[in-house]
Design a protein around this ligand. Structure first.
Ligand SMILES: Cc1cc2nc3c(=O)[nH]c(=O)nc-3n(C[C@H](O)[C@H](O)[C@H](O)COP(=O)(O)OP(=O)(O)OC[C@H]3O[C@@H](n4cnc5c(N)ncnc54)[C@H](O)[C@@H]3O)c2cc1C
Length: 383
């Protein structure tokens, strides 16, 4: 049976997130975009309202909500500001492989306290010379007695300047790489040998904090290995099945914001004696926005629903991510078009949305990589 009606709980959660985004995020989103100042006050409020760490299971004190719940919240937060949404999503991405693979002791020590007390984590996988091609990474860890020693450099790490700890992927057997030669570690930001670079000044999502991280002879105790030695690649990649739907939901939220701004402006702006919404060329831009956003949201919900049913969703998560990313970019660009010259100006909201939208086709796997995944799954099915 196919149903599109959210349950009472889902509707209440989405309403809570929407109200929070309208009241607390929208009024400050331009400020954080223009200054790059980290929105800690907003995040602390989100935490106190229970809008963070949604997927932490009840046994660790969390609400234990599903991927679909996460998508409902993510759409609303990104409707408020995709930069702030990025902070929350990146933290969720760091937690996911730890929840999936780490020992109870590690989860209890590092994840459970985050439910009680506001703090952030980072997912440290990308490197200056290895993004899409994760296996090209050079960060390595070697065992010395009862410790591991990590050396290497990570790049584009969201929340790096704020996080208490990092989920770090490193090579432990260069001959095996993804086939058992990569291991994940949980590394505290304050440990000796960990240094964090300057905040990058990116095109968009400027409320978020992206930095390089260097590991120089960082000693990690054996108990901070996440899962088993050699399991790191699998843990790091499987996390995306959970996190790509909420990231795609963020793209839907941004697109929805752009459409709403454009639709309102099109009723107010008069050209040739009528509101521009009466010109069919503009009306069709708006209609296409609505059509594409609806389609993207349905793909997101399907990918999330599959995961919540305990079913494999790798293909559907990639389809949702690539489609929603393209929709966000197209809708934001068309919203700038509807605003005309004003759309190109930072005094109006759609310029930021267009800059922010681009990130959805880059992080958590580029749009090309999502297509590679979908194509691979297709050919596997046909083999
Ligand atoms: C704001 C921001 C936040 C980020 N946050 C994090 C984070 O928290 N943690 C983290 O680990 N990483 C993070 N990243 C990194 C992000 O995931 C990578 O930038 C992304 O995976 C792409 O890697 P790359 O930049 O090295 O590009 P490359 O992999 O060098 O790709 C360059 C181009 O080549 C294309 N390409 C590469 N390989 C293929 C292929 N096989 N087929 C077709 N096309 C291909 C890509 O799609 C892209 O268009 C972040 C990046 C940004 C910009």
């Amino acid at each position: 049976m196919i149903g599109f009606e959210p349950t009472e709980e889902e509707a209440a959660l989405a309403a809570l997130a929407h109200e929070f985004a309208a009241r607390e995020i929208r009024p400050v989103s331009a400020h954080h975009d223009q200054t790059g100042e980290f929105p800690e006050a907003v995040l602390r409020k989100a935490h106190s309202l229970g809008l963070m760490n949604l997927h932490v299971p009840q046994r660790w004190g969390g609400p234990g909500l599903g991927v679909l719940d996460g998508c409902l919240v993510s759409e609303e937060i990104a409707w408020g500001c995709a930069g702030i949404g990025t902070i929350l999503e990146a933290c969720g991405l760091a937690l996911e492989p730890v929840l999936q693979g780490a020992s109870d002791a590690l989860v209890e020590r590092y994840v459970a306290p985050m439910v009680e007390r506001f703090s952030l984590a980072s997912y440290c996988v990308t490197e200056p010379g290895a993004g899409s091609d994760v296996q090209a990474m050079r960060t390595h860890a070697e065992r010395r007695g009862d410790r591991w020693v990590i050396n290497g450099q990570k790049m584009w790490i969201t929340n790096a300047g704020q996080a208490d700890w990092f989920f770090v992927l490193a090579v432990t057997d260069p001959a095996l790489k993804a086939r058992g030669g990569m291991t994940a570690f949980l590394v505290e930001r304050g440990w000796k040998g960990v240094s964090v670079g300057r905040k990058e000044w990116n095109m968009g999502v400027r409320a978020s904090d992206t930095r390089g991280v260097t590991f120089e002879d960082v000693e990690v105790p054996e108990e901070n290995v996440v899962g088993q030695v050699g399991q790191g690649w699998m843990l790091a990649m499987k996390a995306f099945d959970h996190t790509r739907p909420p990231v795609a939901a963020g793209a839907v939220g941004l697109a929805r914001a752009a459409m709403e701004h454009a639709a309102k402006y099109a009723e107010e702006r008069v050209a040739f004696g009528v509101p521009i919404a009466r010109h069919q060329a503009v009306a069709f831009l708006l209609a296409d926005m609505a059509k594409d956003i609806d389609a993207a949201r349905l793909l997101v919900w399907r990918a999330a629903w599959l995961k919540d049913q305990g079913r494999r969703n790798t293909r559907e998560a990639s389809i949702a991510k690539v489609f929603a990313a393209d929709v966000a970019m197209r809708v934001a660009t068309d919203a700038v078009q509807v605003f005309g010259g004003y759309g190109y100006n930072a005094e109006y909201p759609v310029e930021k949305l267009m800059r922010d939208a681009k990130i959805f086709s880059i992080y958590e796997g580029t749009s090309q990589i999502q297509r590679v995944i979908v194509a691979r799954e297709l050919s596997e099915r046909n083999r």
